[in-house]
Design a protein around this ligand. Structure first.
Ligand code: IMP
Ligand code: MG
Length: 179
């Protein structure tokens, strides 16, 4: 954990240790349990980045949530209106369900705004956002997250599911770019 890691052309220093992350996940799980016990929630973990966070978070939850892994895909529609966003991987109808979106990181908020719009069309009872990391200084999203692991400065991080050019996701801790 103390060593610098090198990925492609960049170097990253240890930032959030495994134990720091796991301790915080237990706290977030308690908050989620308090809010969702008895409500039959459905959690949607956003691929690829949130896979590790979702996995560890789920092991700590008591509220027996349903889980789907989803992905936002953007494709050229048949009309000339430009790109169309689509949420793929949804396994269940969300109408009148309590939905919790699990993300690895909120940066500008563009991705979360897209996800939120797509989910609202399914008419769930509620939508909450749970993210491991958030960069408040760059966040311009319309919806504030209710569950945040760590607020961090606007500097690039990798590990624990987050990638730099598709590498580094396997690291069990979070590393920060050395500038
Ligand atoms: P947003 O749409 O700007 O909020 O960015 C969302 C996506 O950008 C995240 O889901 C990540 O995939 C990626 N991202 C943003 N910041 C970082 C970072 O510091 N490291 C790795 N990926 C990041
Ligand atoms: Mg991501």
């Amino acid at each position: 954990m103390n060593a610098v890691v090198h990925i492609h052309d960049l170097s990253f220093a240890p930032f959030l240790s495994q134990s720091t992350i796991q301790t915080r996940i237990k706290e977030i799980a308690l908050q989620l349990d308090a809010q969702y016990a008895g409500k039959d929630p459905v959690f949607l973990a956003v691929l690829n980045g949130a896979f590790m966070f979702a996995s560890d978070l789920f092991k700590c939850l008591q509220c027996q949530p349903e889980l789907s892994f989803v992905k936002v895909s953007s494709y050229m529609g048949t009309q000339s209106t430009g790109r169309v966003d689509e949420l793929i991987g949804l396994q269940t109808r969300l109408q009148n369900r309590h939905v919790v979106v699990i993300e690895d990181i909120l940066d500008t908020g563009v991705t979360m705004d897209k996800i939120f719009t797509l989910l609202q069309s399914e008419q769930p009872a509620s939508i909450a956002i749970c993210t491991l990391l958030m960069k408040p200084s760059s966040y311009k999203g319309k919806h504030q997250p209710q569950f945040v692991g760590f607020e961090i400065e606007d500097r690039f991080v990798v590990g624990y599911g987050l990638d730099y050019k598709e590498r580094g996701r396997e690291l069990p801790a979070v590393y920060q770019l050395i500038q």
